[in-house]
Write a protein of this length. Structure first.
Ligand SMILES: Cc1cc2nc3c(=O)[nH]c(=O)nc-3n(C[C@H](O)[C@H](O)[C@H](O)COP(=O)(O)OP(=O)(O)OC[C@H]3O[C@@H](n4cnc5c(N)ncnc54)[C@H](O)[C@@H]3O)c2cc1C
Length: 448
């Protein structure tokens, strides 16, 4: 008997789970719903800017949990000897890799693979299955549905006048059309955020001919740290049941490190297989504490930039073409032909006022599902098919990836994968996590 799985979202997560489902059994049919032209790219791998590289070496970026060298072999076959296992390759190339996996699967099983180039707007559970209404008017019927809607746009920046928000000089996301195309090479640009996305914006602007000053602003002014060749440390967990306990245990471990080799990076990476278990073991209060106080510090240590990117950022800082402020922005307003951004500096009463030709919101994705603009996500909420996680970030999701509904029941028909699972999981956005989720979800859905 055939079974159809509808997948909303054709980025890395959706494309991967679709491919594994079709490969798992001849009974499986997939319908991927995404307006994109080329599957696999999503937000992360759609950029055409060569300096937008992966922030993880190629050796760790296989899309297949069952074949850890898959991406390195693909690179050797498709990109000559330009890159090796330790290379940080352009993200567009990684998008080609994921698209190839999709194409191979479709060519091998054309009758069981369908891409509906449309947005999902609404979802309903009926007796004969899950019904997804798409923006082209089609209603897709499936036995199961996977939510793979991925990385949401940033939350609306607080304290911004309506005029400023509507100004053509403000961009709500780095990936909005035209955000990285400066009007003039010399205009000053304010980036709201100092993480990897702000670094992407810096490189994107420069690549597109921008030469003017760039100012990054965030509450703590923390830039991502750099990768280095660190000695691998055996994967181990930390024993603590509070956020501060975990951090001080990690600090102790780094301090005890023998002077002979390795550095803190090895210890941070060694936690990786255990991070989600440690996260789940924390009480709600401690999880909140971690998010409020520790997450920004954790992020800059855990999500690092390639050494070449780190050097380019350091050079820009040294040359004064890039400045970083730690502080809170006040009311952002329109002033003549510019945007005015007041910044109250951290730990001081001083306020610096920046005049910007362009302001780009480079802060992280909106995690509060109640505030997402996506009508499909809103329909899941409105029909009680999904509820926010108790932390107020992300969706409520069971151990096996099933959505938990308004009655607290784990669905047998609706599942989620990837960044959509942030909240219940703290490591769920990067490929090493997604490939394992895709493997497990494909096994579950193809089994029954
Ligand atoms: C800029 C950036 C760089 C990154 N770099 C790395 C890296 O180097 N290494 C790494 O491991 N991870 C990286 N990541 C993490 C990244 O989240 C994952 O690697 C992966 O790309 C997530 O894929 P996804 O499919 O879940 O989400 P997304 O890429 O966000 O894709 C979601 C897809 O869902 C579609 N969609 C959303 N709503 C609907 C709807 N209602 N109807 C139809 N379609 C819909 C969108 O069109 C989109 O195509 C990066 C992330 C970002 C944002």
């Amino acid at each position: 008997m055939t079974r159809t799985v509808a997948i909303v979202g054709g980025g890395a997560s959706g494309t991967l789970v679709a491919s594994l489902l079709v490969r798992a059994s001849e009974a499986m049919h997939v319908v991927i719903i995404d307006p994109c032209e080329r599957l696999g790219r999503g937000v992360a791998y759609a950029t055409g800017i060569p300096r937008h590289t992966l922030n993880v070496p190629a050796a760790k970026m296989s899309a297949l949990a069952s074949d850890r060298n898959h991406f390195v072999r693909w690179l050797a076959a498709n990109a000559g000897d330009a890159y090796g296992p330790s290379s940080f390759v352009p993200r567009s190339l990684y998008g080609d890799y994921l698209n190839d996996i999709a194409t191979e699967t479709r060519v091998a099983a054309p009758d069981r693979w369908r891409h509906v180039r449309s947005s999902a707007l609404d979802v309903r559970l009926e007796n004969d299955g899950v019904h997804v209404t798409c923006s082209n008017g089609e209603v897709v019927r499936a036995d199961r549905l996977v939510v793979a809607t991925g990385n949401a746009s940033p939350a609306a920046w607080p304290n911004m006048s309506r005029e400023a928000r509507r100004s053509r000089r403000y961009f709500g996301s780095t990936w909005d059309p035209g955000a990285l195309m400066p009007d003039s090479p010399g205009e000053s640009v304010v980036l709201l955020g100092t993480g990897l996305t702000a670094v992407d914006a810096l490189f994107g602007l420069r690549e597109n001919g921008h030469r003017g000053p760039i100012i990054m602003v965030s509450r703590r002014g923390l830039l991502p740290l750099e990768h280095a060749a660190s000695n691998a440390t055996a994967a181990t967990s930390l024993e603590a049941d509070t956020a501060s306990g975990l951090l001080s245990a990690l600090r102790d471990r780094v301090r005890e490190m023998p002077a002979s080799g390795g550095d803190w990076r090895g210890h941070v990476d060694a936690l990786r297989p255990h991070t989600n278990a440690m996260w789940k073991a924390l009480s709600l209060v401690e999880q909140r504490r971690f998010l409020r106080h520790a997450l920004p510090y954790w992020n800059v240590h855990r999500h690092r930039m390639p050494p070449e990117a780190g050097k380019a950022v350091a050079d820009a800082l040294a040359a004064g073409t890039l400045r970083v402020f730690a502080g809170r922005t006040g009311a952002i307003t329109v002033s003549g032909d510019r945007l005015r951004v007041p910044v109250k500096l951290r730990g001081s009463a001083d306020v610096v006022t920046l005049d910007a030709g362009r302001v780009i919101n480079c802060s992280g994705p909106q995690h509060d599902v109640r505030k997402l603009a996506d009508p499909f996500v809103q329909s899941l909420l409105a029909h009680g098919l999904m509820v926010p996680n108790t932390l107020g970030i992300g969706m409520s999701i069971a151990e096996n990836g099933a959505l938990v509904d308004a009655h607290g029941t784990a669905s047998t028909r609706l599942f989620a994968i990837g960044p959509a699972c942030f909240g219940p999981l703290i490591e769920t956005t990067a490929m090493p996590d997604i490939r394992e989720q895709a493997r497990d979800l494909a096994a579950l859905l193809s089994a029954g």
